[in-house]
Design a protein around this ligand. Sequence first.
Ligand code: HEC
Ligand code: HEC
Length: 318
Amino acid sequence: MADKNNSNQVLDTGHEWDGIKEFDNPCPRWWLNALYLSGLFTIVYYILFPSLPLVNGSTEGLRGWTQITKYKEELAKVELKRAPFEDKLMVMSAEEILADQDMLNYVTGSSKVLFGDNCAACHGTGGNPTAGSGYPILADDDWLYGGAINEIMMSIANGRMGMMPAHAAMLNDEEVDQLVQFVIDTSNGVSNESGMNLYNTKGCVACHGSDATGIKLVGSANLADRVWRFAGSEDEIRYTILHGVNSTNDSQTRVAVMPQWSEKLAVMMEAKAYAIEEGEDPNDIDWSDELEGDEAERLTETEIKKLAVYVHQFGGGQ
Ligand code: HEC
Ligand code: HEC
């Protein structure tokens, strides 16, 4: 039923459905204004900013704005803040960084991504690899090659690859059993004299040391603690003794390879250490003699310094 009042005052369009008529009212002013404004905004936006797609690329807009330039501007701001720190890092030694709280904060804060990109795949976030992965924990104070800052730096620069020969062909079953028991006893602080004799006569002592605590120079694991490089079960210990680690003549050997990140830095660190040992001034080293110039560098010296400090700060640094 039509509304008498309205149908008298307002024109209708003549459309009617089931008694409902469509009136011909104008749109509200505010609504129309908003529509015109948004149209205007679109045109202005199209002129100022990149918008219309073309065959190659798009219209560029008068302001020259792009997401890339925006990103580069923001990045430049970050780099400006970092620059003074990065400049200092280049000339500071890792020991000096450790002694400077401001630099230490900067390095630990800014190395997370570096570690995540290059190291965490093997060593896990924060230096805690997933159990059973076969990679060493970096966040404890049990070190194969040493936890002093320069030892850590050398591990990263030069890479590491501990070597223990497979002993399957050198020992009979009974000797293997005895040595497994010796390792278990030693880790528990229990003395085992016959095992110790075997340990000495079979040459284990040459690499693991007279007290079985390991030798940093060869990266042999400490057998006298309960921190396991691989695993501490009887079977795992037996496996290591039979097949060794990175052993060249056993296809079942355990594999443990830490990649090299800067051959150049490793050569330089060795030359410096040698000079100091000889009582010479490392600043006098003639690098054109030492370096061939084609030493591989996957990370820069500064990056390795940062990572060494970062790893040192996991808690196990010495
Ligand atoms: C492909 C896997 C892998 C990657 C990537 C890797 N590591 Fe290692 N890392 C190892 C293995 C395996 C060892 C142990 C080597 C051995 O047993 O002889 C090791 C040993 C080390 C050690 C010596 C630990 C000790 O107890 O003395 C340090 C320090 C270290 N890695 C730091 C790093 C840092 C920092 C990075 C990133 C730049 C990195 N690693 C990347 C596999 C890796
Ligand atoms: C040539 C040196 C060498 C000799 C000889 C040697 N080892 Fe090892 N051993 C190593 C090194 C290096 C490692 C650690 C490898 C790594 O992590 O890269 C190791 C690791 C081990 C481990 C693993 C420890 C853990 O924490 O998981 C055991 C167990 C072990 N050795 C026992 C022995 C016994 C027993 C003998 C004597 C039969 C022996 N080793 C002889 C170098 C040697």
